[in-house]
Design a protein around this ligand. Structure first.
Ligand code: MCU
Length: 399
């Protein structure tokens, strides 16, 4: 019988086996394909559900260490108050000997208010760019106030960095994910908001779609993650994007994106500026941190810059994770034909509705949705990108 310990991961407790394999020295790590989600970096394979908890922990640790920066632990205190007159949730966080306050606003369904709740909600990173679903509230989160994202001069700017220091390793996206966690803390403590904390999604488009994915990956109370046209640094994999550029497509890559903005940790530069093959993970595994919770990725084939084929490869590879966990239809994606960036096309409405109904209204809808208007062939296994076969299922318990 294996003994287990409770470790603090991302500031909340979760059960991780004492026997989790140690992360080896990765100085000479260099893998051209998408890393196998079901093999530890030690080489051991994931067989049991306990192994999988360890592997998720390993991937989450490495994503923080090498790309996104550290998610701080639980703060000393979070207090919140809701004003029904202007539908504002004022949140004060105390930690590190300082205090910050931010105040998302809530847009209730037409004719509704906090008093007619509880409603499910979507936290919009910088607002949402999908139509507000009927019966769902939107929590408008001004992420730029928490961590700026104008250009390189935004490094260390915003309320998060007032609290954790301008030299915190977190990039802007990890800072926003931390704030999303504080919004969840505040909702939990403030039933007067009229939001049902067990039915909260997160969404955002483009740069804020990247942020929505990171928030969904690092906040387990989010039941549905909806990254929209998130491109490079979101649902794309670093490796496939580099290959697309090498093939002549004008696609955003790691080496370009770290010049443009401060979405990532400064510690990511050493990988982005040399070879992304040195990264011991790729974004199919960032997606996989959401599993087995709900995820619906919305893409647009109209912009090479967004690397839709790279996103397709990530999504197909990631979906095998949900499949192995026995929840394949909790994860879906839709890549529609060319349209204006972040203008949601009505052709994707029924697919979005299916995910909203399942995860925000607990209705038994058909979410077996893995659709692309593209002509892409990446599959699992795939000789070039995914030379691995996921286990059919995980063994529940080991003797
Ligand atoms: C797709 O997200 C970004 C992209 O990474 C940037 O290169 C570009 O400047 O802006 C996109 C965006 O956020 O558009 C609103």
């Amino acid at each position: 019988m294996l003994s287990s310990i409770v470790v603090a991961f991302l500031g909340f407790s979760r059960l991780v086996l004492a026997e989790c394999p140690a992360i080896p020295n990765l100085n000479s790590y260099n893998v051209t394909s998408l890393p196998n989600p079901f093999a530890f970096l030690s080489g051991a394979h994931v067989v049991t559900t306990e192994d999988w908890a360890c592997r998720q922990d390993e991937v989450g640790t490495l994503l923080q260490r090498d790309e996104l920066g550290l998610m701080p632990g639980d703060p000393k205190s979070v207090t919140a108050s809701f004003s029904a007159s202007n539908n504002t949730l004022t949140i004060t966080v105390v930690d590190q000997g300082t205090s910050i306050t931010f105040a998302p606003t809530i847009t209730f369904p037409t004719g509704g208010s906090s008093a007619s709740g509880p409603y499910p909600a979507i936290i919009g990173i910088g607002g949402i760019s999908i139509p507000q679903p009927s019966g769902v509230a939107v929590i408008n989160f001004n992420n730029d106030e928490i961590a700026q994202q104008n250009d390189q001069t935004s490094r260390g700017q915003g309320l998060f960095f007032e609290m954790f220091g301008a030299d915190a390793t977190a990039g802007a996206m990890m800072a926003w994910a931390w704030a999303v966690r504080r919004i969840m803390d505040a909702l939990d403590k403030t039933p007067g908001t009229g939001i049902d904390i067990t039915r909260v999604a997160v969404s955002g488009c483009s740069r804020n779609g990247k942020g929505a994915l990171v928030a969904g990956a690092f906040e387990p109370r989010i039941v549905l993650t909806i990254p929209q046209e998130s491109g490079s640094g979101g649902t794309d994999t670093w490796r496939i994007s580099d290959w697309l550029l090498a093939g002549g497509l004008d696609t955003q890559t790691a080496s370009e994106i770290v010049q443009e903005n401060v979405w990532f940790s400064p510690l990511f530069d050493q990988f982005a500026n040399t070879s992304v093959n040195r990264l011991p993970f790729d974004h199919h595994q960032l997606l996989g941190l959401v599993a087995p919770r709900g995820l619906f990725a919305i893409d647009n084939l109209g912009y090479d810059w967004l690397g839709p084929e790279s996103s397709y490869g990530a999504l197909v590879a990631a979906r095998t994770i949900w499949k192995t966990l026995g929840e394949e239809t909790n994860m879906g994606f839709s890549q529609s034909a060319n349209h204006t960036h972040c203008v949601f096309p009505s052709t994707q409405q029924a697919e979005l509705d299916a995910f909203v109904d399942k995860f925000l209204f607990n209705k038994p809808t058909n979410t077996d949705i893995a659709n692309t208007a593209g002509n892409y062939t990446i599959a699992v296994p795939d000789a070039m990108w995914a030379p691995w076969v996921p286990p059919l299922s995980l063994v529940k318990k080991r003797d």
